[in-house]
Design a protein around this ligand. Structure first.
Ligand code: PMP
Ligand code: GLU
Length: 400
C-alpha cells in the first residue's frame, strides 16, 4: 500500500538537485568529479553581508518575524526595485520567502486553480512545470528553439492564450539558456498581455545581476500591464547567498495578501538572520559594489572561455548567452552513437555517459523541456572548466 498522496507521487524530483546528488555520491566513492550541474555561484557571500548576519544574532533577532518579512527588509526591497528597476512597489506589495523558489511556489498556489492553463516557454527552469502540476494546473508549453535564441515571440504568446489561460512563467536572464529578452521584445509581449488582462505573468528575475547586456529590463516596467506582473527576485545568485534561502515577490495587494495567508500557514515567516543579512545586501548599490562587479566580470570571462572551448568540439551548436551562468548547447548530433555495449539516444543518456565515463556532471536538456541540449553551469573556476570541457571532448570523440 502506498500511503503517499497522489499529489506527491505525481511530482518529479528536481533534476538539477538530483544530478548534484549523483555527483556528490560519485565524489564520496573517490572519483574526481567536476560538478557543472548545479546553478550556484562558487563565490562566498561578501563579508559585509555576513557581518550583518552575525550582528542579527547578537542583537537577538531570534523571534518569530512578521509573516511577510520585517518591514525594514520590505522597505529595502522597495528601494531596490526603485533604484535598480525604476519600479514602484511599496512594502505592503512585497512578500519575503525562503528563496525565489518558495516565492514562485506561493504565487502559483495562490493563483492557479485545477485545470487552469499556465504558459511556460521552453526551455524552462525545472521547477515551474512541477509546481504548476502541484497546483493541479495544466502546463502549456511554447517552444523557443535555439534558432530563436531560446526566446518566444509575442505572436507565439498570443497564439497560445485561450480562455483558460491564467498565468505565464518565464525567466530573463533565462535558466537554462542564459538568453535575455531585449526591452523591445518585452514591449511586444506587454502589448499582447494588455489585450488579456486576466492573464498574469511571473517574471523571474533572479539572474538580474548576471546580465552581460549592460542593463536589466523588467516586464513590470510597462505601466499598462503592471498589475498583471508578479516580479520574482532574491539574493541567491547576485549576492552568492544560496544557502541563506531568501527570495521575494512584488505584486498587487490581492496577490500579496494571498501569499501572506498561505505562507502564514506553512512557514510562519522566514529566517530572521537571513532577513537582516539581506537588508545589508539589498541596500548596497550594485553599480558601486566591488563584490558584485568582480563576480560579474568573472562570469563574463568564464562565459567567453566556455564558448571558445565548446566551439572547438565538432557537431555542437551553441548560442551566445547574454546572462546567467549557463550555456545550453545542442548536442543532438551525438544521438544514435555508441560506446562499448551502450548507445546514446537522448540528452539524459548523454549526461549519464559523461558522468560515468569522465566524471563531469551536467543536466540533461530534457529536464528543461528541450531534449536536444544539455546544460552546463560555468559557476566554477576557469581551471575546472577547462579540464571539464577537455574531458567532455574526449568522451564525445570516443563515441562511434
Ligand atoms: N528561478 C530560477 C530561474 C533559478 O534558476 C533558481 C535557482 N536557484 C530559482 C528561481 C530559485 O532560487 P532561490 O530559491 O535559491 O532563490
Ligand atoms: N536554480 C539552480 C539550478 O537550476 C539551483 C538548483 C535548484 O534550485 O533547482 O541548478
Amino acid at each position: 500500500m502506498n500511503w503517499i498522496s497522489k499529489r506527491i507521487q505525481n511530482l518529479s524530483e528536481s533534476e538539477t538537485l538530483a544530478m548534484s546528488k549523483k555527483s556528490r555520491e560519485l565524489k564520496a566513492q573517490g572519483h574526481k568529479v567536476i560538478n557543472l550541474s548545479i546553478g550556484e555561484p562558487d563565490f562566498n557571500t561578501p563579508e559585509f553581508i555576513k557581518e550583518a548576519g552575525k550582528e542579527a544574532i547578537d542583537q537577538n533577532f531570534t523571534h518569530y518575524p512578521p509573516v511577510s518579512g520585517y518591514p525594514e527588509l520590505r522597505e529595502a526591497i522597495s528601494q531596490k526595485l526603485k533604484r535598480d528597476n525604476d519600479l514602484d512597489f511599496p512594502p505592503d506589495q512585497i512578500v519575503v520567502s525562503a528563496g525565489a523558489k518558495h516565492s514562485i511556489a506561493n504565487v502559483i498556489l495562490a493563483l492557479v486553480d485545477p485545470g487552469d492553463e499556465v504558459l511556460i516557454p521552453v526551455p524552462y527552469w525545472v521547477s515551474y512545470k512541477e509546481l504548476v502540476k502541484l497546483a493541479e494546473g495544466k502546463p502549456v508549453f511554447i517552444q523557443a528553439p535555439i534558432e530563436q535564441d531560446f526566446k518566444i515571440t509575442a505572436q507565439q504568446l498570443e497564439a497560445a492564450i485561450t480562455p483558460r489561460t491564467k498565468l505565464m512563467i518565464y525567466s530573463s536572464p533565462c535558466n537554462p539558456s542564459g538568453s535575455v529578452y531585449t526591452n523591445e521584445e518585452l514591449k511586444a509581449i506587454a502589448a499582447v498581455l494588455k489585450k488579456y488582462p486576466r492573464v498574469h505573468v511571473i517574471s523571474d528575475e533572479i539572474y538580474e545581476h548576471i546580465n552581460f547586456t549592460g542593463k536589466h529590463y523588467s516586464l513590470a516596467s510597462f505601466p499598462e500591464i503592471r498589475d498583471q506582473v508578479i516580479v520574482i527576485n532574491g539574493v541567491s545568485k547576485g549576492f552568492s547567498m544560496t544557502g541563506w534561502r531568501l527570495g521575494y515577490m512584488a505584486a498587487t495587494k490581492s496577490i500579496v495578501q494571498a501569499c501572506d495567508k498561505l505562507q502564514g500557514q506553512v512557514t510562519s515567516g522566514i529566517c530572521t538572520i537571513s532577513q537582516r543579512a539581506s537588508i545589508a545586501a539589498l541596500l548596497a548599490d550594485p553599480a558601486k559594489s566591488e563584490d558584485l562587479i568582480n563576480m560579474q566580470r568573472a562570469f563574463l570571462k568564464r562565459r567567453d572561455l566556455v564558448l571558445d572551448l565548446l566551439g572547438q568540439i565538432p557537431d555542437i551548436t551553441v548560442n551566445k548567452p547574454a546572462g546567467a551562468f549557463y550555456v545550453f548547447p545542442d548536442v543532438s548530433a551525438y544521438f544514435g552513437k555508441s560506446f562499448g555495449s551502450g548507445k546514446i539516444e537522448n540528452s539524459t543518456e548523454l549526461c549519464d555517459y559523461l558522468l560515468n565515463e569522465v566524471h563531469v556532471a551536467l543536466v540533461a536538456g530534457s529536464a528543461f523541456g528541450n531534449n536536444n541540449c544539455i546544460r552546463l553551469s560555468y559557476a566554477t573556476s576557469e581551471d575546472l572548466l577547462i579540464e571539464a570541457i577537455e574531458r567532455i571532448q574526449k568522451a564525445l570523440e570516443n563515441l562511434k
